[in-house]
Design a protein around this ligand. Structure first.
Ligand SMILES: NC(=O)c1ccc[n+]([C@@H]2O[C@H](COP(=O)([O-])OP(=O)(O)OC[C@H]3O[C@@H](n4cnc5c(N)ncnc54)[C@H](O)[C@@H]3O)[C@@H](O)[C@H]2O)c1
Length: 342
């Protein structure tokens, strides 16, 4: 039985709790949030006793007897708790991005190595069925090597204006760019060598959220493949899906296209709007959690138990952060920036 503790009891932590609760061989045993009311709500959802509700993660690490921890704090608050978990000898599932500063990346890498703990960052787009299929096709080489790729991964405005209380302290690059850069590097089987990025802002500033609206990034990979990545937080709220996801890869003898934001598997229409129902991300089938966002969490538990390597390596996730920092630097300086690697 893998005893899981959770740090951060906000929106996304509930998805972690659902799988720890549902999966045989795992259980949520403790919850920590700076806001005790949130922690209590989480505990009530998953049958965690009052004595395992904490507001201080160090106290939780000392007393809960957990085997591993999932870190679901805001993007820029993963490092301190991750280093403390490593020092306490706990394995970790960390929400993306691994970190948002260069020094923090190396602090986490060092802490994991020193304490011999295992970390997987929740890059769940690798489990998305269309992307996972593209990976298999590319690896088969049936259509030859990839030459260029395009990936748009945008959110509707309300994610920045209403859903995340901390959007102005983060960025669409951390929130979604981490997924798209990880997916591109995994599919193209290479490391980003250099980036050139443009950004635009003003729409979200005008709505009181002090952050960039959209980044357009050109990437050259070490294997020569070129890619274009778009990450925006200003898709109109009327979009039928919270994300706008378009992907294309052109190979020597073929191409693959994904439109994951309007797959039209399910349309739900009211008097004022139509939404596409979620059938692949975090949906349920006969009460069981089935979407790919849950598959990554399940995979973490299975690999932790078996001792096999995670499908997402810690180094891959570290490189994503370093490359996104290069993207930001390029957008600020107007220059091509070489990506640091580990
Ligand atoms: N994989 C995905 O698609 C996906 C989707 C949504 C969010 N996320 C990620 O999950 C993380 C959390 O996002 P969210 O939407 O749940 O945020 P949230 O604001 O709803 O919840 C974060 C919680 O962390 C708590 N917290 C902050 N610092 C803490 C600390 N030191 N100790 C204990 N609790 C602390 C806050 O009080 C808050 O309750 C982010 O990194 C985000 O990018 C991932």
């Amino acid at each position: 039985m893998i005893k899981m503790a959770v740090i951060g009891a906000g929106l996304w932590a509930q998805e972690h709790g659902r799988i720890f609760n549902e999966m045989e061989g795992a259980a949520p045993v403790a919850i920590c949030d700076l806001d005790r009311t949130r922690a209590e709500k989480f505990a009530a959802m998953f049958g965690i006793g009052d004595d395992q509700i904490y507001t201080d993660h160090k106290e939780m690490l000392a007393k809960s007897g957990c085997d591993a921890v999932s870190i679901v704090t805001p993007d820029f608050l993963h490092t301190e708790v991750a280093c403390d978990c490593a020092d306490a000898g706990k394995h970790m599932l960390i929400e993306k991005p691994l970190a948002t500063r260069r020094d923090d990346v190396f602090r986490i890498l060092d802490a994991a190595a020193k304490n011999k703990v295992r970390i997987m960052v929740d890059m769940h787009n690798r489990w998305s069925p269309p992307f996972n299929n593209v990976k298999a096709i590319l690896d088969s080489k049936k259509y030859g090597d990839p030459v260029n790729a395009y990936f748009r991964l945008n959110d509707v405005k309300s994610v920045a204006t209403d859903m995340l209380s901390w959007a102005s302290k983060s960025s669409i690059l951390w929130f979604l760019g981490s997924h798209s850069l990880d997916t591109l590097s995994w599919l193209l089987d290479s490391r980003p060598r250099e980036v050139y990025a443009l950004s635009s802002r003003g729409v979200l500033d005008g709505l009181g959220v002090d952050t960039v609206d959209v980044y357009q990034t050109s990437i050259r990979y070490e294997n020569g493949v070129i890619a274009q990545m778009e990450n925006g937080w200003i898709t109109p709220n009327g979009n039928p899906c919270v994300n706008d996801i378009k992907f294309n890869v052109v190979c020597a003898r073929g191409k693959m296209d994904i439109d994951a934001s309007s797959n039209n598997l399910l349309q739900v229409t009211g008097d004022d709007r139509m939404d596409t129902g979620d059938c692949i991300v975090s949906n349920q089938v006969f009460g069981h959690h089935k979407g790919f966002a849950y598959e990554s969490i399940r995979s973490f538990l299975k690999k932790l138990e078996s001792g096999e390597e995670f499908f997402v390596s810690l180094e891959d996730s570290a490189r994503v952060v370093l490359a996104l920092l290069a993207v930001m630097e390029s957008a600020e300086t107007g220059k091509i920036v070489t990506c640091e690697t580990v």
